[in-house]
Design a protein around this ligand. Sequence first.
Ligand SMILES: Nc1nc2c(c(=O)[nH]1)N[C@H]1C(S)=C(S)[C@@H](COP(=O)(O)O)O[C@H]1N2
Ligand SMILES: [Mo]
Length: 555
Amino acid sequence: MIPLTDAERAVYYPADRRFRVWIRPSVLIMIAMLVLVPLSVAWVQARLWGFPYIAPNPAAMPGTATGPHGFPAWVRWCHFFNLFFIFMLIRSGLSILMDHPRLYFNDGCTPGSEWIRFTPLKVPKDRLWTAKDDNRYISPVVGLPGYSHSIGIGRCWHFLNVYGFVLTGFFFVSGLLTSNQWERLVPASWGIFAQAWSTFVYYANFHLPPEPNGFYGYNALQQLVYFATIFIMAPLAILTGMAMSPALVNRFPRYPRLFGGRQGARSIHFLVLVGFVYFIIAHVTLVALTGFRRNMNHIVLGVDNTSPNGMVLGLIGLALVVLSWVVAHYISWYFPRGLQHVSRTLTEPVKLLTLDRLSPQQRYTKEQISPYFWPNGKLPVRDEWKQLVAGDFKDYRLKISGMVENPVELSLDDLRALGEEETITMHHCIQGWSGIAQWNGVPLRRLVEYVRPKPGAATIVFHSFGPAPLGGHYYDTQSLYNAMKPECMLAYGMNGQPLPATYGAPLRLRVENQLGYKMVKWIERIEFVESEKLVGKGEGGSNEDEEYFDLLPNI
Ligand SMILES: Nc1nc2c(c(=O)[nH]1)N[C@H]1C(S)=C(S)[C@@H](COP(=O)(O)O)O[C@H]1N2
Ligand SMILES: [Mo]
């Protein structure tokens, strides 16, 4: 157990650590059908007609091995690195999932509309229940880094390992295409489906089909599954991952529709994870059942014999992978700041060159506004704010100070006079939920032009009346560059009404190419400074300081 202060314990290791999976009954029936129908057909077929004949794979017949055979070093190394990266991605992915333990196929994420949830809780209707109240604990044995609300660190691992996963995939596919190894994987005729079914009839009846020597060729089902894992599941994981990026989705709102919307993409991303886990279990079981030593020699040493060397070396490799989880856990909890900085150094330049250049350009209609919008954050408790609420914000003055030529205090009417804009946008919370809403407010660039930043001012700090998660007040920053983007606004209206207290009254930020935590609610004052390094702990915001979130969350 890592040492935690009481405040940290309340966040990371809550008293309620129960875990439950609930699946919508109709989905459960669908899953049962998908599993049981093929199994029963295979059982009946074997009972009535016996096991089907499976023609030997010509590539794998002794002495006639003509096609590609063996496992060249690049295949073996890619296999090892892939194993390493996929486990990191699965483990960190599970930690991320538990921060909003519900999956939907609708972008409003209305409670009760999820098809699966990983929490025993139903959302209470009689009191304010924020998305942060809803996150769940996950054991660090399963998740990376595990515990509750450790999504910032989980994302550091996830995005660092995405590089490794994608690079490994790139090398592997390049290798396939520049050798004849692809012939082992890519089906050459439709007949493979019939053969794969025949193979399945054996497995479904707990029999092993006549197995070819994998050094020379695979059985039909094996080939199909490998093909699908490499050429369907892996690309789908990447494409649905990208469909969760606020910068991409809000520049190309049609893209996530390929996956049934932003939440469809998130659900499919999860289903791919399930697919990978399922694949790993089936693959490892069959590797063990069909000649463990020989198979391990194939994939570890690239030789076809039954010496124990490949097995021993392979198990050492696996032990190293498990050790990497322990090391990652240790880094997560003892050097989170270092991890955050490594992650930033490696991911920020890529984002600056790509996602950050996309300007939000959304065209949602009023009909698409979500019936429900998850609230987040802690409501202000300060008397000043309560008095402003009581007075309908007539006495509210937004103070703008710091490195500006024209420091001002503006009422809501003054702000309106600067120019009003209206947008309908999709909000993406780091936790995973989304929602479409209409916002009214003054474009931030109008305000910037009005107060005229002094040379050298590069960062705008937004201070909130509300408290930060671990004490102090909530704040966050925007680069001057991003503040000038379209759809970046200080909003005082939501869905045609004055901004409700829960959603940030009197004034909140909207930044549509970034995640929700950048959008400070209940804004008290704004300050122009040289750099975010001069504020708070210098990471760019309350969450960046305390929870190791990204300074630049375009994804
Ligand atoms: N002051 C303050 N602003 C905040 C937060 C907070 O905790 N305090 N949470 C942020 C997060 S994590 C999100 S997702 C959005 C949520 O906005 P909503 O309540 O309108 O959904 O507000 C952001 N602004
Ligand atoms: Mo959020």
